[in-house]
Design a binder for this molecule. Structure first.
Ligand code: ADP
Ligand code: ADP
Length: 236
């Protein structure tokens, strides 16, 4: 069974000229142990889709099941409890980190919240930050913040790891470390969903989906045996 099961998801945003339909008729299943990459041009709805899947925004329409349970049936407390099991890497990584904590404390705090015994030193080493354990958020470069956000969010592991362009600011070596850390998170049982414009990230995913104007489709990848299958209804 899928960890996430979305049917006919719809999301609107208010704008000056009337509501913007950011997501339209999204059907999607996401399983544990897999890495799903979502591509699409700017404005296609990628960030909105991640916010809905990560239980950060409630969809305006459609059905979202998380671990078999209908999101619309969950109360605020229950939603908060589930969110603790969701790892989040924001497009601006600082938005998914604690502003006052040193790098190793960021990881330790996530481990504590999830009742896990991950070693913060190992998590930092996995993303090449072993020399930055004592650094605070404002002392880290954009690329370092991105790697730290991935190290922290993947700690636990979470049930679901959602990352918005997690390799956007990284050179090849760092991107490789981040993608390996995300894969390891999936191997520990998480469902990993990321958005990306980065061929390094799509190449390492189990399936690649394309979002256009809020509509999702499978994407064919040259030579890739792990391309998503789309059935007659366009369901991925
Ligand atoms: P992407 O991440 O692919 O760039 P987004 O999910 O950010 O796309 O945006 C999808 C659409 O929804 C765009 O037309 C965008 O302008 C609009 N949108 C997103 N967030 C908001 C918001 N908070 N208020 C108004 N419009 C928004
Ligand atoms: P990256 O390639 O990861 O983006 P940068 O070239 O931006 O790295 O930064 C190089 C070094 O300078 C890093 O070790 C980073 O931590 C440090 N650094 C960047 N910004 C700051 C800052 N505002 N305060 C202290 N150190 C910083």
């Amino acid at each position: 069974p899928a960890l996430l099961d979305a049917r006919d998801l719809l999301q609107l945003h208010a704008s000056g000229t009337g509501p913007v339909q950011a997501l339209r008729g999204i059907d999607l299943e996401v399983r544990r142990g897999t890495v799903t990459a979502v591509t699409g041009p700017s404005g296609s709805g990628k960030s909105t889709l991640l916010a809905v899947l990560a239980l950060r925004e409630r969809p305006a329409g459609g059905e979202l099941r998380y671990d078999g349970r209908l999101l619309s049936g969950l109360g605020r407390r229950e939603l908060q409890r589930l969110r603790r099991r969701v790892g989040w890497v924001a497009q601006r990584p600082a938005h998914s980190l604690f502003p006052q904590l040193a790098a190793h404390e960021q990881v330790a705090e996530v481990a504590r919240l999830r009742g896990a015994d991950d070693d913060p030193g190992q998590a930092l080493a996995d993303v090449g930050l072993e020399g930055r354990a004592g650094a605070r958020l404002h002392e880290l470069s954009g690329g370092e913040q991105q790697r730290l956000a991935v190290a922290a969010a993947t700690t636990g592991p979470p049930d679901l790891l959602v990352a918005d362009e997690p390799t956007a600011e990284l050179d090849d070596a760092s991107a490789g470390l981040v993608l390996r850390r995300l894969r390891a998170c999936a191997l520990r049982g998480a469902a990993v969903v990321l958005t990306t414009h980065d061929a390094r990230a799509t190449a390492s995913a189990d399936r690649v989906l394309a979002l256009r104007h809020g509509v999702l489709s499978g994407e064919h990848r040259a030579g890739g045996p792990r391309t998503a299958a789309v059935d007659g209804q366009g369901r991925v």
